[in-house]
Design a protein around this ligand. Structure first.
Ligand code: ANZ
Ligand code: ZN
Length: 827
């Protein structure tokens, strides 16, 4: 059959791979392991082009590494808890599980139609009790270790998703899922103590040389480590020696403090307002600010405001008496909730001082300039020499930082202090479709963990109708009514479920022993396969999922399950798929359904296009012509192979160097292409340039084999070119290559072959010798590549030292170039 029947070919090979479990792996192998993983999908209903791109990239890596002799683990599964299932179920009056599993069946089929080389025996769905049972056990083991706790606190609330969100899930004030602005609410919830790992999460970012710098920087900033001084300022005129503790990163400016700013929620405020004539006014202000904070999602944009409490405290360094303000920009949850304000050197304090007419006192003078208060138009934030700073006057501000910390320490009023911006991870969600938190509340015994032997705590079959302001499980007595594990009396289960990001924080580890029934992880499998050598996914998880997974890896290590510090050695963050200049999405109405592409052109063309149109880290612009072009390319190869089948089959391995010029040209091109493609994949996954190189090879092959003017191509070089081309292309278009390979090689599997290697000598460009004449006399020679153009050749000749000697500064009248032979300079 001479036409490229992609439908039949793709079906044939997909069945073959499935029936032979071609991509099943076990650690019982003497080949080196390689673990490649793409971020698993949420089963939303259908595969979109972003998935196609992500999974095609991963599949190229997996297939390439197999050809290189690795034992490749390449699993797939479903991040299947989450809100869409619940919302769809409410809307269509079905069960979230029904909706989810139907979607999984549909999407699994779509993935199979793409010919992705997964070990399907390892498939997991996180909404399956066989998965979340282990998550509940991990939760309990973390609880035992003090890494899980419960507290009442201000949380981020998304009204449209009707649930609490972690700080990482609030992106510029809005919900990560639905883009709705979030509010602040006081609520009880469960937290993972990720802050216990703040320092290690920061420190081991240094091990992640295989991650994009951008992602590492984002995580570093998110963790936000600050080193400085915590110092006590005594409150003036209070009998009980009350002090205000501040945190500053600029101890060198401590002599320039002219007021104090404290958070509206500061616990000392009650004491300060006692018998205080300003009490009413201050309380009104505090009430208003707290309310505004709850409504205003992005605090950065609010106007800086404050109010004088009428109280003072004393600067322990110079005895200055300074007013205490309550200010809307001071966060209770950061540092100590109190700030020593230095308007001369902090812009925010500067603006505040201008607004409320407070003194500005410069104490760090840059270089030799003399700063006068009335000249200052903004804060001076750089380093300099200390002024007006007691015994520290005259010292360099950077050195003064440590000296002032040491002094505070010796006087017992302060100490060096490290602060992190990172907050603990709030994991309670007021939703149904998630893993139940395995805790019970007993009136007598208090909060009690569910015994491990009773796991899993499963969801009730029926979700029930949505009632406002109430978690669905809270309305299901059959679920929450239970007995206390300690006293056996009546008790209530926790009715919140876990954040779905908990499931995705350890799924990559569960893939190493997905059916293990004794504990969350089989340590010997986990230590064999982990870390993931190459992880691939969207950059939108730069903090979220990638931070949580790093945290879980360290926790699982400390619980004795893992022996690694970091989960993902290399990370590739792929760009978006865009159409008409914006992200392809349902809401924009610009989606191209991969299924349509697959039925019109086949999976191989779909994959080829998504790899060819852009390097992986860049955005991929949809282009219908590009798809057509990829389809034509495959058709041309297909026809070529069919037309030359006998020649190719007869070709023998090239042994001698006895090739004619045409043969040498193709032989060289083949080896150059192997070298380029291998380099493109190994160095930076630039599959687009790899594919271009293969296209060039094919063009050379087809033009040389039809060029009547040239020496005839022997079958061996043709066979070498075709064989190499098929293996090089196989990671991208696997069905196509498997089919042609088996046609050429009498039913052999291309999967059993090895990646071709190149011969440096064969790949070397042949050089031409060009004679340079000046006034018809040979004066010099040049070694150049055969595809050099005349203009470049002329330029090179005119710069040649020997030629210049004979030109001797005379005017050049004419330059004659004889193609590939000679340049004559007429003076
Ligand atoms: C005095 C000072 C002088 C400050 C100066 C800065 C510049 P980072 O680096 O982000 O950690 N600060 C401390 N606690 C705060 C809170 N709860 N809410 C708002 N601001 C707070 O920021 C640390 C600096 O932010 C601290 O250093 C403090 O202001 C302020 F020329 O102290 B600084
Ligand atoms: Zn939301």
């Amino acid at each position: 059959d001479i036409t490229y029947n992609f439908k039949a070919i793709e079906k044939k090979w997909q069945d073959n791979w499935l029936n032979n479990a071609t991509y099943r792996v076990s650690m019982e192998s003497n080949r080196e392991k390689y673990y490649v993983l793409e971020m698993f999908p949420y089963p939303s209903g259908r595969i979109h082009m972003g998935h196609v791109r992500n999974y095609s990239i991963g599949d190229v890596v997996a297939r390439y590494k197999r050809f290189r002799g690795f034992n490749v683990l390449h699993p797939m599964g479903w991040d299947s808890f989450g809100l869409p299932a619940e919302n769809a179920a409410i809307k269509n009056a079905t069960h979230p599980a029904r909706w989810t599993y139907d979607n999984i069946d549909y999407m699994r089929n779509q993935l199979r139609q793409l010919g992705l080389s997964y070990d399907w025996d390892r498939e997991i769905a996180t909404c399956n009790p066989k998965y979340y049972k282990w998550e509940q056990q991990i939760f309990l083991e973390m609880y035992e270790k003090g890494l899980v706790y419960q507290k009442n606190t201000t949380v981020n609330w998304c009204e449209s998703c009707h649930t609490v969100l972690a700080n990482e899930q609030v992106i510029e004030g809005a919900c990560w899922r639905c883009d709705e602005m979030v509010d602040a609410r006081e609520m009880n919830g469960w937290f993972f103590k990720i802050t216990d790992y703040a320092e290690e999460l920061l420190e081991s970012l240094n091990q992640l040389g295989g991650w994009p710098d951008k992602v590492v920087t984002m995580q570093r900033n998110w963790i936000g480590k600050s080193t400085g001084l915590q110092c006590d300022f005594p409150v003036d005129g209070f009998a009980n020696k009350e002090t205000l503790s501040i945190f500053t990163t600029r101890p060198d400016t401590i002599f320039g403090v002219t007021f104090m700013s404290i958070a509206p929620e500061h616990p000392l405020l009650d004491t300060l307002l006692k018998d205080n004539p300003r009490e009413g006014e201050v309380r009104d202000f505090v009430r208003r600010i707290i309310k505004e904070k709850q409504q205003q999602s992005n605090q950065d944009f609010t106007e800086k405001e404050g109010i004088d409490t009428g109280c003072f405290c004393i600067n322990p360094f110079n005895g200055d008496k300074i007013p205490i303000f309550v200010a809307n920009f001071v966060l209770m949850a950061y540092g100590t909730g109190a700030v020593m304000a230095v308007p001369a050197h902090d812009q925010r304090d500067f603006e505040f001082a201008k607004k409320y007419n407070l003194p500005i006192k410069p104490v760090v003078i840059p270089e030799d300039t003399l700063v006068q208060e009335k000249e200052m138009e903004e804060a001076i934030t750089g380093r300099g020499v200390l002024a007006n700073s007691g015994s520290f006057t005259g010292s360099d501000s950077e050195q003064a930082k440590q000296a002032i910390i040491d002094f505070a320490k010796s006087e017992n009023i302060g100490d060096a202090k490290v602060t992190y911006r990172l907050r603990d991870w709030g994991i309670s969600r007021q939703r149904y479709w998630g893993a139940p938190i395995p805790m019970v509340e007993c009136d007598i015994c208090g909060t009690q963990p569910v015994p491990v032997a009773e796991l899993p705590v499963t969801l009730p079959e029926d979700r029930g109708a949505q009632q406002n302001d109430c978690a669905p499980l809270h309305q299901r007595p059959a679920f929450y009514e239970t007995n206390c594990p300690k006293c056996n009396g009546k008790a209530k289960r926790t009715t919140d479920t876990m954040d779905t990001f908990v499931e995705s924080s350890w799924y990559f580890a569960r893939y190493t022993s997905p059916r293990f029934t004794e504990s969350p992880l089989n340590s010997s499998e986990a230590s064999h396969w982990l870390p993931v050598d190459q992880y691939i996914g969207g950059v939108e998880h730069a903090i979220l999922h990638l931070l949580y997974s790093r945290f879980f890896t360290k926790v699982l290590r400390d619980l004795g399950y893992l022996n690694i510090d970091e989960p993902f050695t290399n990370l590739l963050t792929q760009g978006m798929v865009i159409k008409d200049g914006s992200k392809m999405s349902k809401s924009k109405g610009n989606v191209v359904d991969p299924s349509d592409l697959i039925s019109e052109y086949g999976a191989d063309t779909t994959r080829l296009f998504s790899l060819f149109a852009a390097p992986p880290e860049k955005d991929l612009e949809w282009n219908a012509k590009g798809v057509e072009g990829c389809f034509r390319f495959l058709n041309r190869i297909f026809r070529f192979v069919q037309a030359h089948l006998d020649t190719i089959k007869n070709g023998e391995v090239i042994t001698s160097n006895d090739l004619n010029d045409t043969e040498r040209e193709l032989h060289r091109k083949t080896h150059q292409t192997i070298k380029r493609v291998t380099g493109n994949i190994e160095n930076n996954f630039h599959f687009n340039t790899a594919i271009s190189a293969i296209m060039e090879l094919f063009n050379t092959l087809s033009s040389l084999s039809s060029d009547q003017q040239k020496d005839a191509l022997g079958s061996s070089v043709i066979r070498e070119a075709v064989d190499s081309m098929l293996i090089l292309l196989c990671p991208m278009v696997p069905h196509f290559c498997a089919e042609l390979w088996s046609t050429i090689h009498n039913d052999r599997f291309i999967d059993d072959e090895q990646w071709p290697s190149w011969d440096e000598d064969a790949a070397k460009e042949e050089e031409l010798t060009i004679v340079i004449q000046v006034m018809g006399k040979v004066r010099s020679r040049l070694q150049v590549s055969p595809d050099i153009d005349d203009a470049t050749l002329e330029e090179m000749a005119l710069k040649d030292e020997n030629a210049l000697k004979f030109i001797d500064g005379k005017a050049i009248k004419k330059v004659i170039v004889v193609k590939k032979k000679l340049v004559n300079i007429v003076i």
